[in-house]
Design a protein around this ligand. Sequence first.
Ligand code: SAH
Ligand code: SF4
Length: 379
Amino acid sequence: MINLIGLTREEIAHELEINTAIDIPQRQLRMRANQLWHWIYVRGGRNFDGMTTIAKEVRSALEPAFSLGRPEIVTQQISNDGTRKWLLRLASSVPGRPGPEVEAVYIPEETRGTLCVSSQVGCTLTCSFCHTGTQRLVRNLSPGEIVAQLLVAKDALEEWPDPASKQTRLITNVVLMGMGEPLYNFDNVKQAIHTMSDDAGLSISKRRITLSTSGVVPMIERCGNEIGSMLAISLHAVNDEIRNQLVPINKKYPLSQLLDACKNYPGVSNSRRITFEYVMLKGINDSLADAKELVRLLKGIPAKINLIPFNPWPGSPYECSDWETIENFAEVVYKAGYASPVRTPRGRDIMAACGQLKSASMKLSVNQRRALEKASANS
Ligand code: SAH
Ligand code: SF4
């Protein structure tokens, strides 16, 4: 059975055309594909029977041929701050073996709700502070598997519009900051982002979709031209020596090349800034000199800076910087004109934070917890 989720309209029309059990005249293919698109992405349809604008005999022919199946929800955890984390089992590509698992996280805030999705199972890169980096790459996610994370979240939050009510949106933003390196799964990520941003469907504006990369320099320009989402760069260090240790892809594409690609990112402007993520690691990258160098390096690039308190995991070789150090670092960044630089930790109690996905985490020390609570209160 062919799953229609994640297919383009053209691909849906093609599937309808080649299926001999469904007799749709050539001139109606495009219209039927559009109707299906509407039911799948606007109404959240999960079976064909309920698609009342489609002729009954067509519906009953679709039912045995196609599916709208989502990945299986293995667990759903809800944090005391409202953050939700889903562990999802994808379809298996090896007969007899259970499918691989990925996670998606929903983070509600006062003015927006952000869904963090995965683009690969595991990662080929080996950033030394990231738990995903210790897991080998199992496989790329298909466009459908990326989009389905949004559908599952909308199902669980009951966000599908009831045509009778004018409901506000819960998921306003999507970030590709879960497992995997999105620019190493370029074509599938591109198709998924086009589907998520389609005006006649899920309609999450590309300005509200952020792709985070560790710095796959040759793909950055294509990302701007062909995907057109917002961009986040996992910078984490201000010189090649430290960045080589933290983000080993830096050995291939060093800082100077990465920053050049950012300066030339298609569409970058003061209203479309690049986010630079910077994980705070005690004694590694958190000095005042580092903060000043960070500000100097980013001069001339329309940028936001996101300082991320390090999330420890079992066996991780680093510690999170002390709160005072983070505060002093943030002060330098703030004085240079960057607003609210520290990312509020969310969903800690269910281990929903960056780099903790699909891992059992170490408990935070009392001091770390206090520091983080203070960080949340202050930001
Ligand atoms: N592979 C992409 C996107 C996924 S990681 C990338 O590296 O950008 C999303 C963000 O979480 C990245 O900035 C990553 O560096 C950060 N991250 C990973 N592990 C972390 C950890 N243990 N603590 C804090 N941030 C972490
Ligand atoms: Fe992969 Fe990103 Fe983790 Fe690096 S930080 S190992 S690129 S998921």
